[in-house]
Design a protein around this ligand. Sequence first.
Ligand code: GAR
Length: 220
Amino acid sequence: MSEPLRIVALISGNGSNLQAIIKAIQQEALPAKICAVISNNPHAPGLEHAHAAGIPTQVIDHKTFPDRLAFDTALQHAIDHFATQLVVLAGFMRILGPAFTAHYEGRMLNIHPSLLPAFTGLNTHQRALEAKIKEHGASVHFVTRELDGGPVIIQARVPILDNDTIQTLAQRVLNAEYCIYPLAIRWFAEGRLRLVQGKVMRDGLLLTAPVNYQHESSTS
Ligand code: GAR
């Protein structure tokens, strides 16, 4: 048996995606070890999920740094201390600078609550409702210097219902996130996923489009 993939997860809030990843590891559906959970927000409820699972936590509060570069540098030192193989952004709500994203090129993933490239940035559910579209979803992508602009690995689609509110839609999207994020991390842990010259390679093939979760069995 090879060693489990060494992950550091970055959070800012509830950490429900973190919880889904922890659960997948506990159920032995994901050959990984979360070495640490780092939050930029000292009050992030997600820190409790880490404590409950016996995972070390660290708070690196961006407000205590003079500028973005100083924060990014401290974060990078903390992550690299754990000989981290994959950085997992799980509801991490800080923009990361170009030196940081370059340092982790090909080994940092993010989950975003929209069908990228639609609705980058914030308030995605509200904007999807206002756009009166019928479908929304979530995307897992490699992180590059472009905000929410890195190559997309997998997407899950959910319908937008007539009576949806931001909350009901957000929860439907979150439920989809809990499926696709552990799955994408598992592919990476199994050595099946790579970033090659700015493109996603899975199982030795360059993806011409993101994997569509609905069309794949969750056991693939
Ligand atoms: C998730 O919906 C995630 O996709 C989103 O924040 C939420 C975090 O929830 N991330 C972003 O918007 C990043 N741009 P969680 O803390 O319960 O996992």
